[in-house]
Design a protein around this ligand. Structure first.
Ligand code: DX5
Length: 218
């Protein structure tokens, strides 16, 4: 089963609560909260307070994507705010093994994201600590960027690596996921699709965009 997560990065920031509820009503499976600190990526977005505000409004899992340096300093705050999963970037974690252990000690799921330029080899020694691996299909920092087709081969190689080790870890993809690219990434082995600008946009209501994304997967 393919999971669709709505990334609120492209939502109306003046109506985040409503937009999260709309996503739930539209049938998405989780909300991804894109946390940006202006250092790892140029923009600054949300902190634990936004997660805390959203928590009571939706029953969906809140998946927090930490595009921040030193994420280990903020794990407990996001967990306490109600995050169900924390996704850290390998590129910001010199002590990735310890960070993933720490997230699991907080009794929530641990995810690792890798940028387009980061090889799969960096994950070799921590796969057993990951509940999800997020392959960035854009260079992080903005919504609405074009999908990087070069990452399809990485997704296939990652699925093969996990299967060879008997690891049933879902592969998430994030960036440029729309009705055209969703079938490509699913075919490559991804089962969690993070969609921002393809679901939150002016072209059509959220529910229609989510339905179109899901319809294209069969
Ligand atoms: C990194 C962010 C975005 C966002 C999805 O920039 O993580 O990838 O979630 O953005 P779209 O779906 O608009 O490419």
């Amino acid at each position: 089963m393919v999971i669709i997560e709505a990334s609120i990065l492209s939502a109306d920031f003046a109506r985040l609560g409503e937009q999260a509820r709309e996503a739930e009503a539209a049938g998405v499976d989780a909300i991804q909260v894109d946390v940006m600190d202006g250092r790892f990526v140029p923009d600054i977005t949300f902190g634990p307070g936004v997660v805390r505000a959203l928590r009571p409004l939706v029953s969906l899992p809140l998946d927090v994507h930490l595009m921040i340096v030193e994420p280990e300093r903020h794990l407990a705050a996001f967990a306490d705010a109600g995050a169900d999963r924390l996704i850290v970037h390998q590129e910001t974690c010199p002590h990735l093994h310890r960070v993933l252990q720490r997230i699991r000690e907080l009794k929530i799921e641990a995810g690792v994201a890798i940028n387009p330029g980061t090889p799969l080899s960096v994950l070799e020694e921590v796969l057993h600590l990951a509940d999800l691996i997020q392959v960035m299909t854009v260079n992080p920092g903005w919504g609405g960027q074009p999908f990087l087709h070069s990452q399809l081969d990485k997704i296939r190689r990652l699925r093969r690596l996990l299967d060879e080790r008997g690891l049933d870890i879902p592969i998430a993809v994030d960036g440029g996921i729309d009705t055209a690219t969703a079938p490509l990434v699913v075919n490559a082995g991804a089962t969690v699709l993070i969609a921002g600008s393809s679901v939150y946009n002016d072209q059509a209501p959220l529910a229609e965009n989510v339905a179109a994304l899901r319809a294209n997967l069969h």
